[in-house]
Design a protein around this ligand. Sequence first.
Ligand code: NAD
Ligand code: MG
Length: 419
Amino acid sequence: MSTNVNVSVNHETPHEAPALQRITILGATGSIGSSTLDVVARHPERYRVHALSAATRHEALLELCLTHRPQVAVIASCEAAAWLSEALKGVESYQGTPIEVRHGEQALVDISEAPEVDSVMAAIVGAAGLLPTLAAVRAGKRVLLANKEALVCAGQLFMDAVKQHGATLLPIDSEHNAIFQCLPAQHRDGLAPIGVEKLLLTASGGPFRDDAEWPAERLATVTPDEACAHPNWSMGRKISVDSATLMNKGLELIEACWLFACGPDDIQVVVHPQSVIHSMAAYSDGSVLAQMGNPDMRTPIAYALAWPERIDAGVEPLDLFQVARLDFRAADETRFPCLRLAREAIAAGGTWPAVMNAANEVAVAAFLEGRLAFDRIPVVVQAVMQARPPLVVDGLEVILAEDAAARELAAAELALAGP
Ligand code: NAD
Ligand code: MG
């Protein structure tokens, strides 16, 4: 039997080495930050860490600096920076220079827009990540967006800046990364021209998805550790609580509207407890494309780091025989009103998503500190939204002002809502 192999290999052209990418990691000590560093460390021929940032965990940041040898390390407080600077005396960056230690918000902006940086991993949690992430966009970087709150707060402004400054925006959130992979390359001007009928945004449903085990009354008794014990993903505490209230899916609904230029009615939330399908795109010819994989954030991180190429992420291959079955059901917006609040916020638009996000951040922090009952989180968010109707966004100032006002109102609501 003769075999025709229709592939030509040119043995004379050596394989071109990938260009070295220099990366800033905002939020390096967090869950996404450490997964990013894990992927980066697997490919030293491709990636170098330019800068690492952390809010408070200076010892953890020191460890990361000793391993990854960035040129700059940024920490929030002046005291922590002094400690870190002392601890890093004599330690050289990958370029053989002393590691520069800085602190404060301007330093975060500077490491995001530095000319020697190619890519910025935006993995600070909350609206605190907005300014440095926007700085990376305005500097035309490749922005790996984990910090969904930035896009929720300033969606229009953010996407306008992406276009204006020629930034490359790659979603890290597993659902949005999945949809990105299921859409053709030319998707940025909306779904209709490319024949997409709907985006199917999957949700694990969180630890309290089973209504027989967790009826509405029992949600009042939830502890922070119960809320953070996510069935499928290991994540920071804020996003874990958001997953438990379904606010995470609400934030993701808004995030998807901006990333894929569509409205909330173009998106269907599908609870899929196994978290094996990370989201889908349904086309007008009846095709539904899904992206699947084990629930491990290193997959979307590696995808965005290497895009449009693919690299090893250290993730176990998906074993479908072990998965065995995939289940789907509708989200319960009665027990979890946060998803409905997010839908209302994006439908009304303007500053409402920023107000909702700020109120949620305050309520979640209070819950994690034992000052607010779990089922009171949506009550606080809704009260703040009602007290702060949406304003037209004509610049960043109004967003920052509404964010601050919503935080104040939420703090006042906490006293009323009580634990
Ligand atoms: P995390 O709490 O584990 O880490 C947050 C990081 O941000 C830490 O390095 C912390 O030091 C830093 N940080 C916190 N507050 C800060 C502030 N005020 N100023 C500067 N830095 C600050 O959070 P995470 O789970 O890694 O999530 C990070 C972001 O990625 C969030 O927006 C989250 O919604 C998003 N995200 C996370 C996952 C996940 O699997 N963890 C998945 C999708 C999206
Ligand atoms: Mg997600």
